[in-house]
Design a protein around this ligand. Structure first.
Ligand code: 4NP
Length: 163
């Protein structure tokens, strides 16, 4: 999606594999950015391509690391579905597997155009082309995810609210 297409897109869905680490963190960070602004009309949610953790709160480690940055994560895990392509303007995958899985369930080519990579919103100087899965990592993995998501969500917010 180019800069013109991104303008005004306010129904945003973040997607990862488990929907307990990266995408609920992205959802919480984006909500925090929106709440701190005077922007209106946003719908922000997250979902997973997998179904391992449906109904659960985010991973305890991610909740602790996010809380240290003033962000409470209270999303309940759900699986992404084809109806999400109706309900959201942009569907943001955290890594190449998430993006491939989203393309596989998109109902139409137009819907596939809604799928974008979180890394598209990283600063140009970034070393990262995806948000690394922290599930089997230590504390640094969770901190890295939060750093990348805070940078990416701010750039995403700037892109969709640009006049
Ligand atoms: P997420 O991390 O995709 O960032 O939520 C994961 C969480 C759980 C699993 C994999 C990744 N899992 O295999 O249970």
């Amino acid at each position: 999606m180019n800069d013109d297409e991104l303008k005004g897109m306010r129904r945003i869905l973040f997607v990862c594999l488990g929907n307990i680490c990266r995408s609920p963190a992205a959802e919480g960070i984006m909500r925090d950015i929106v709440d701190a602004s005077d922007a209106e009309g946003f719908t922000i949610d997250s979902a997973g391509t997998g179904r391992y953790h449906i109904g659960q709160l985010p991973d305890h480690r991610m909740r602790v690391h996010a809380r240290r940055r003033g962000i409470e994560l209270e999303h309940r895990c759900r699986q992404v579905s084809t109806s999400d392509f109706n309900d959201f303007d942009i569907i943001i995958g955290m890594d190449a597997n998430n993006i491939a899985d989203l393309h596989a369930i998109a109902p139409s080519p137009d819907d596939e155009r809604k799928i974008v990579a979180m890394s598209d919103f990283f600063n140009k100087s970034t070393r990262f082309d995806h948000v690394p899965d922290p599930y089997y990592e230590g504390a640094e993995g969770f901190e890295l995810v939060l750093d990348l998501l805070q940078e990416g969500c701010q750039n995403l917010f700037d892109a969709v609210t640009r006049k």
